[in-house]
Each structure stands twice: as C-alpha cells, then as structure tokens.
Design a protein around this ligand. Structure first.
Ligand code: GRF
Length: 188
C-alpha cells in the first residue's frame, strides 16, 4: 500500500473523509502522517483521535521557507512517504518539497479550476454570479492551483445561495470525490 501524508491547516473534514474511506475499505492506502502548519487547527485533534502521527510544523519557527520545508521533508523521509494529499493546506508548496515529490502531490480546490483559484473560491464564485461551480482535484505545481486537473465535479448554485449553504454542498462532493480519486490514482 502506498504511504500517504496529508497536509492540512484547518478543520480537516477532508482528512476525516479520507480516513473514513480507509476504515471502510473503499480506499487502500496507508495514511502515515499528517502535517499541519497551524497551531490550534482542529485537524490536530482529528489525527490524534485516529492515532495517526501528526506534526505541527509552524513556519514561524523557521528562518526561511526552505528551512520550514526541509523540516517537513525530514518527516516525509522518515516515514518513507510515497504520496502527498493536500487537504485544506493554506500555503504554496515550494521547490524543496516539489523537487522530491514531482507529480506525487495532489490538492483539492472548491471551484472548477481554472475558474476562481486561490483564497475564498466559494466567495469568488458567488460574487461572480455564476450558475454553477464545483470541486477540482489537481496535481500540484509551483503555481497557485495551476497544476494538471485530475477530476472535477459540478455543483449548482441555487437562487439565494449563501456562502454557508454553498460550502456545505461543495464539501459533500469533496468528501466523496477525494477518496474516490485517490483510490483511482494510487490503486489502478
Ligand atoms: C476544502 O474546501 C478544500 O477544497 C479547500 O480547503 C477546504 C478544506 O476543508 N482546499 P477541510 O479542512 O478539509 O474541512
């Protein structure tokens, strides 16, 4: 089984969906560790509850991005990680990690890329007044949500849709699409 690291900065509902899919034998990977960059993030609690090694690596404790990412890389190498899934990790991956994991890092983004990359994709889509948005899973390159698309699913935006209601709809899709896509990518 592929050894996977999950990177997250916040709530970690996608981490949970991936973990649940492993428990339910819908996804055949080994979640070896979680890397989190934000003190207090709820994903830290979730990982502990699942007994998955979790490392809070705070960029503020390092003099540079290279030093920060080298500390992460050390963990990835210690766990012999094959593949990285970003799940709400709120920073760009730099060359230190990218060079060691070329085409072995994927991300999930709450829009139909290339529409609405970057922060607050859900707010951006509502402001733009589009009738539909969605979820994208893509390879990670040095850009902001610019890597090759692997899977996409559309979500309709209803009349009077709020950010909260749209986010809920998008997350339902995310929680199903991410485990499914990882299984296809890593086991077929
Ligand atoms: C998701 O909507 C994902 O698309 C985006 O960040 C959010 C993370 O949510 N990249 P969670 O922390 O997995 O609940």
């Amino acid at each position: 089984m592929k050894k996977v690291a999950i990177f997250a900065s916040g709530n970690g509902s996608n981490f949970q969906a991936i973990t649940d899919a492993v428990h339910n034998q819908k996804l055949h990977i080994h979640i070896s560790c979680v890397i989190c960059d934000r003190p207090g993030a709820f994903v830290l609690e979730r990982a502990k509850k699942e007994n998955i090694p979790v490392f809070l690596i705070n960029p503020k404790s390092y003099p540079s991005k290279i030093a920060y990412e080298s500390a992460i890389l050390e963990k990835l190498q210690a766990f012999q990680i094959d593949f990285i899934a970003l799940a709400g990790y709120m920073r760009l991956i730099g060359p230190t990690i990218l060079n060691s994991y070329e085409r072995k890092i994927v991300n999930i983004h709450p829009s139909l890329l290339p529409a609405f990359p970057g922060l607050d994709a859900i707010g951006q889509s509502l402001k733009a007044g589009v009738k539909e948005t969605g979820v994208t899973i893509h390879y990670v390159d040095e850009g902001m949500d610019t890597g090759q698309v692997i899977a996409q699913q559309t979500v309709e935006i209803a009349e009077g849709e709020t950010k909260e209601s749209l986010q809920k709809k998008i997350q339902v899709i995310e929680h199903q699409l991410y485990p499914e896509t990882l299984e296809k990518l890593l086991n077929s």
